[in-house]
Design a protein around this ligand. Sequence first.
Ligand SMILES: CC(=O)N[C@H]1[C@@H](OP(=O)(O)O)O[C@H](CO)[C@@H](O)[C@@H]1O
Length: 392
Amino acid sequence: MKACIMCGGAGTRLRPLTFKHPKPSIPILNKPSVLHLIEHLSREGFNEIVITLGYMGELIEEQLGDGHMFGVHIDYVYEREKLGTAGGVKNAEAYLKDEPFIVLGGDHVLNLNLREMYRFHESNDAPVTIGLISIDDPREFGIADMDINNRIRRFLEKPKAGQIFSNLASTGIYVCDPLIFEWIPRHRKFDFAKDLFPWMLEAGKKINGVLVRGQWTDVGSSAAYRQAQRWMLDALPGTTIEGHFTTRNARIRGPLSIGNNVCIGSNSSLVGPIVIGENTIIGDNVLIGPYSVIGSNCIIEDNAKILSSYLFDNVSIGKDSNISGGVVADETVIGDHCFLENGTVIGHKVIIGNNSTIHSGVKVWPEVTIGENSNIKDIVINPDYDTAHDGS
Ligand SMILES: CC(=O)N[C@H]1[C@@H](OP(=O)(O)O)O[C@H](CO)[C@@H](O)[C@@H]1O
């Protein structure tokens, strides 16, 4: 079975993390998030994959290669201009013209039964089947009204407060017949939710919906990113400890996945679920609390506390510092006695001087140096980085 993964977006809502990684490459449990999706597709029997690329696409291609390591074959198609979701898939038509295919977003984190959705599509006669979930607040999604025979009667993208006629939200996962390519203009921005579906309903073409079972999120914002990691951490098996690590007398409670060459100092306490990459050094009296992921080659100095936080690779945390509910991107150095409050997101190669506090929810752009004793309450922008916002 074939799948098309849309990986072209700039991920502006996830800045500053997306200055270094395109959204599908942002690490989840220390692996590019799209890799979890590919592994799931492979398990579900979708092993011919085409990926549409735009922003920083080369990095994704470099990380995934031809896919053979993951039991799939991957082709890549680059979008030289913004074509929208349907336009981007049309650009990959050459790989998708023979049989129905599933379309997913490169930022989807899920464990849905996609094979069941594909089989449903095959045994029904609509050219498009939309995967739907039932949620409390669907304002950030496309919503659909579906009849008892699964036929979608109405579809509205991002409804306003008074327009929410249904709580069935589109997951942005579609199974499509190649026939749809006839309805998508070439070399023009065209979107599934904003253009194709409204046109199909207007023209009397059939669109089916199917309620999908399991977990699904699109990693659009840092809150969704944190949620996605939580799910994946919850799915860690029992007390697994994979790598070789050394410790004097740390107290360790799983689930914990740990890379090779990790060193944990004395009297430190690790309470899972936690994932730690390779070659990371953890000092004495360090507390690492549940729902934390620490990358490779990190240094966590004595008496630091890391609670529900995600540190990418090559991050250093100084003595007595406290990172609580934060995300810290690669190669950032945080001094001694610092406090990162809940919801902070720190870009790559940032330096934060000793005794500084980054207040709750503050984002710091990459390659910024923050002096000692600072008290940062507002976003810190680096003017060398583009701040234009296209919402994707
Ligand atoms: C224009 C468009 O493609 N909208 C889709 C898409 O929204 P974004 O905000 O563009 O990610 O994905 C949603 C699912 O994540 C889906 O509900 C919605 O219909």
